[in-house]
Design a protein around this ligand. Structure first.
Ligand code: NAG
Ligand code: NAG
Ligand code: NAG
Ligand code: NAG
Ligand code: NAG
Length: 486
């Protein structure tokens, strides 16, 4: 219910955004006569900014020739090389203040053009880590919210030994009361080492954040935490608490969550999660996970690849993922798609009853490989109560090697000479005692032409009877997928 309301609010916010951007476009046209005036104003600010960046560039000229800066009079590129602010690229000295000074300068530049209402467009400003590795002792924050189109890129950050254990190396939080703190912030080509003190990146209430080619390690809370906001794209990245390539003797002790999505409409694409108790925790709606390889912690050691912790409308799509010894848990899933994934090492899917609802779930076209211990590919956890509202559940067309298939659609046959044929589907059907669709055909041998009928469908078995004894085969197809209360 809560989740539903959140979703509705977000749909409303979208409508408002679209309206706002229309208004802004028309106001730009409306301002056209004053354009030269504003441009002049802006040029002056540009000159001031350029001068300040240029002065800093002079300082770092010897160390970094590429950051030599523009010629006087040419337009200023908005690159803020952190060594120009005194950051120590060897990682020895604390660079927190220097990095924050670079971030502060970047966001104090004049804006141009339009982002969402309340967000100043910084026009592609870049805070460059210049390939250095910097030690920081406090979370890096922008001094104020309300800016966008800025990138932090190209280097490494590591937490000092006194970094606050509830902090994140990069933190986009703000006390701003605007709907969004930031828009279109990009983190690219970064290595973030939390030094077993807190998390990597915290993204609350932000829009269109991009995390691209980042390596986040040694977190104890979350590698990445996304809270509220929309459309964080996490792609081509690697996350792990411990740096390992599998078979780690300490795997039993892995903790933390690599990616925690507490917001809607985010995408995790082409990512590897190699160490964490939970790979991705999802408690927002309409998130998509695709091409993610999970080997964060084996199920046998208490790990979970993906945990969907939002009973009700989840609208999560898990596509083309590789669940490597670690599985998926979904609480009361409503609208969930798991398809074209590869489950290795007895990894399986658990549907966990909270309020007993499972609706609109597709688990199709996946491959499961196990060790022949008879582990079911899909399991029900009804420890908090049985599933009592079951609708539109389709588990079918999975291929299974060394595990036990479970399905909501099954086919079977029985052959014999007599008046009764029973096909028992209890070893394949997922839900106990639930069949709501049956189709059968009876093929009698010789010239016999008996009357026959479906006589009993109960306890996942189907009974067909004929009026006279005949030698016949009966072919049956059944479906589960619907049980509504009452
Ligand atoms: C929010 O305000 C509190 C109290 O003024 C302050 O301690 C805190 O640092 C602020 N947080 C951010 C993210 O600016
Ligand atoms: C796991 O942690 C426990 C408690 O900290 C420790 O005693 C044990 O040696 C650790 N195991 C491994 C395999 O690292
Ligand atoms: C089927 O069983 C009946 C008697 O129960 C027998 O008369 C008949 O020959 C059997 N038919 C076949 C094909 O075995
Ligand atoms: C159907 O089969 C079940 C289980 O064998 C049995 O308990 C039930 O009485 C049967 N129903 C009918 C109508 O024969
Ligand atoms: C229902 O099926 C299960 C599994 O085949 C079996 O153990 C159980 O005895 C059956 N119950 C009834 C009432 O027939």
């Amino acid at each position: 219910m809560m989740a539903n309301m959140a979703r509705r609010r977000s749909a409303f916010a979208f409508a408002f955004m679209r309206l706002a951007s229309c208004l802004m476009v028309s106001s730009v046209y409306g301002d056209y006569p004053h354009f030269s005036g504003r441009l002049g104003d802006q040029t002056q600010k540009f000159q001031e900014l350029k001068a300040s960046v240029f002065r800093r560039d002079m300082v770092s000229l010897a160390a970094s020739p590429v950051a030599a800066g523009p010629q006087p009079g040419s337009p200023s590129p908005r690159v803020y090389p952190v060594t120009s602010y005194g950051a120590d690229p060897t990682g020895d000295k604390d660079s927190t203040d220097a990095l924050m000074a670079a971030m502060a300068d970047a966001v104090q530049a004049s804006g141009e053009g339009v982002l969402i209402e309340g967000i100043t467009n910084l026009g592609g400003a870049r805070i460059s880590l210049e390939g250095g590795n910097y030690k920081i002792s406090r979370p890096l924050r922008f001094p104020s919210a309300g800016v966008g189109n800025v990138m932090i890129h190209g280097g490494a950050l590591h937490a000092s030994d006194d970094f606050p254990t509830d902090g994140y190396l990069i933190d986009l939080s703000s006390n701003s009361s605007s709907p969004y703190n930031f828009e279109f912030i990009t983190f690219r080509d970064l290595m973030l080492d939390s030094n077993y003190r807190g998390g990597g990146i915290f993204i609350p209430k932000s829009l269109r954040t991009s995390i691209d080619n980042c390596y986040i390690a040694h977190f104890t809370t979350n590698g990445i935490l996304v809270q509220d906001g929309h459309e964080t794209m996490i792609r081509n990245s690697f996350l792990g608490q411990h740096i390992t390539a599998g078979g780690d003797p300490g795997e039993r002790n892995f903790s933390g969550t690599a990616i925690n999505l507490m917001g809607n409409d985010n995408a995790v694409t082409d990512v590897v999660i190699f160490s964490a108790a939970i790979g991705i925790m999802v408690s927002g709606q309409a998130n998509v996970l695709t091409g993610v390889h999970f080997y964060n912690k084996a199920t046998g050691f208490g790990g979970t690849g993906i945990y969907l912790k939002l009973p009700g409308n989840t609208q999560t799509r898990i596509l083309n993922c590789y669940m490597d010894y670690t599985g998926i848990v979904a609480e009361d899933p409503v609208q969930l798609d798991i398809s074209n994934c590869f489950f290795l090492g007895d990894a399986y899917v658990v549907l966990k009853s909270i309020n007993g609802v499972v609706n609109g779930v597709n688990i199709r076209n996946n491959m499961f490989t196990g060790s022949g211990k008879g582990i079911d590919i899909v399991q029900l956890d009804q420890s908090s109560g049985p599933f009592k509202e079951i609708d539109q559940v389709v588990i079918d067309a999975n291929n299974v090697n060394g595990m036990t298939a479970r399905s909501t659609i099954a086919r079977g046959s029985a052959k014999g000479n007599g008046t009764s044929w029973t096909v028992d589907f209890s070893s394949i059907l997922l839900f106990s005692d639930l069949i709501n669709y049956v189709q059968y055909s009876l093929s009698a041998s010789g010239g016999s032409f008996p009357k026959h009928s479906l006589r009993n469908v109960s306890n996942n078995s189907v009974v067909v009877e004929s009026d006279v004894a005949v030698s016949a085969s009966v072919f049956v197809m059944v479906e589960q997928g619907k049980k509504l209360p009452g």
